[in-house]
Design a protein around this ligand. Structure first.
Ligand code: ADP
Ligand code: ASP
Ligand code: MG
Length: 402
């Protein structure tokens, strides 16, 4: 079999952990498998590198930012290869530009265009383990680009898809995908199998155990993705297509995101074209809008509320304030909010999820500020201080407790 094994930052945080990850690789090699290892930077290193760039007061050049922040993975790929050789396993590290992993020009959030698998495959055929640094690629100009935070998961899945690997195993500091973040909800349960669709919602709604785009890619190319522990041998979670999940839960998980901020325009004129104008401006500033609510109109005016990422709050406020076409009475901002979401494919065919969710929150006196839904999720915006209480009570209300 061909296997991709990806180790996250906490799994390669120091030399003993790199040695122990190398032993996980050895056990696959010993079974006769061909292995490609993808590594993150040591825990905390990427944050430190980002911090160095942010120390410069003027806005820094993103080309150079990518040169700096991609360095963490270069170090761990070399160290992992040394650790493997120390276990008498032949191995070679290949950096993004050496493979090459070709990506577009969007520095700091580049998308992979293609991966040339020839070098990887020829080293595998020679019986070597190939170690690849995650998170990095190279654009057409031969400049280093990075794939966005958490991007090593994307590298792993993209390589697995391009070499047609049997499994893409994501080794991390928890032993699988849980019904809710196990660090917050003590009664969270490990999920044996979850559909791509549900995992995609969970990830995009804040469950950072897998990077959202990596799940998207896995779904597109039908990669068998597993989440496993670096520190135990426990069976993990398989992320797969819907047919392979026999017991479909109505709600399979509860995710949360603290990266939320809310803008309300009070008494904005209510006529055709106003929403178009506001959201056009926001898109011109490249700001992603998530939830939107508009109240019923009274006396020709209405209140419009929408949410954005915390770090985009100020630019969103600027964008709206600079739009001369729209008038409002007050502009309110609030970044002391969080989003809590229940996710499950079973919702497609079962009614009552929203009712159960709102009732459970009401019983805890938690006020809902904004609601949004899709076919397989219901999300609510609440005060940040109530996040843990909301997760715990919803977990119980949907019978997910251990
Ligand atoms: P890595 O450094 O290995 O990429 P991450 O920190 O990105 O690891 O992801 C693992 C973390 O994801 C866990 O420590 C856990 O706190 C968090 N997490 C959030 N939601 C979930 C969930 N539903 N199931 C498992 N882990 C979750
Ligand atoms: N090291 C990068 C980050 O911290 C990529 C990753 O770990 O996935 O975002
Ligand atoms: Mg991660």
């Amino acid at each position: 079999m061909k296997i991709v094994q990806k180790f996250g930052g906490t799994s390669v945080a120091d030399i003993p952990k790199i040695r122990s990850a190398a032993n996980k690789v050895k056990s696959e090699v010993d079974k006769g498998n061909k292995v490609i290892v993808v590594v993150s930077a040591m825990a905390g290193v990427t944050n430190q590198l980002v911090g160095y760039c942010k120390d410069f007061p003027s806005s820094y050049n993103l080309r150079e930012y990518d040169v700096v922040v991609s360095a963490g993975e270069q170090i761990t790929s070399g160290l992992m290869s040394i650790a493997l050789q120390d276990l008498n396993i032949s191995s070679i590290s290949l950096l993004g530009w050496q493979i090459p992993i070709l990506a577009n020009d969007a520095h700091a959030k580049a998308l992979i265009d293609s991966i040339d698998t020839s070098k990887i495959l020829s080293h595998l055929d020679r019986g070597e383990v190939v170690v690849v640094p995650g998170f990095q690629g190279v654009n057409k100009k031969n400049d280093i680009v990075t794939l966005g935070r958490g991007g090593s998961d994307i590298t792993a899945v993209a390589i697995a898809a391009s070499v047609d690997a049997n499994y893409c195993d994501i080794y991390t500091d928890v032993d699988g995908v849980y019904t809710s973040d196990p660090r917050i909800v003590k009664n969270a349960r490990k999920i044996d199998k979850i559909t791509y669709e549900e995992m995609l919602e969970m990830a995009s709604l804040g469950a950072k155990v897998l990077q959202t785009r990596s799940v998207e890619l896995a779904m597109k190319f039908n990669v068998s993705l597993r989440v496993l522990s670096s520190f135990s041998g426990a069976p993990g979670t398989l992320i797969c297509s819907e047919e392979k999940v026999v017991e479909k839960e109505i709600v399979s998980g509860i995710a949360h995101s603290m990266d939320e901020a809310k803008i309300t325009l009070v008494s904005v004129e209510d006529r055709p074209g106003i929403a178009a104008s506001i959201f056009h401006t926001l898109s011109e500033y490249n700001i992603n809008v998530d939830m939107i609510v508009q109240n019923v109109s009274e006396d020709g005016s209405t209140d419009l509320t929408f949410t954005v990422s915390k770090h985009e709050l100020l630019s969103a406020k600027n964008a709206v304030e600079n739009n001369q076409e729209i008038k409002w009475r007050k502009l309110l901002i609030d970044d002391d909010v969080s989003k809590v979401s229940v996710v499950g494919v079973g919702m497609k065919s079962h009614a009552g999820v929203a009712k159960t969710m709102f009732k459970a929150l009401a019983e805890k006196n938690i006020n809902i500020e904004v609601i949004s839904t899709s076919e397989i999720k219901v999300s609510v915006l609440i005060k940040a201080a109530f996040t843990k209480e909301a997760l715990v009570c919803l977990h119980k209300a949907f019978d997910l407790d251990q």
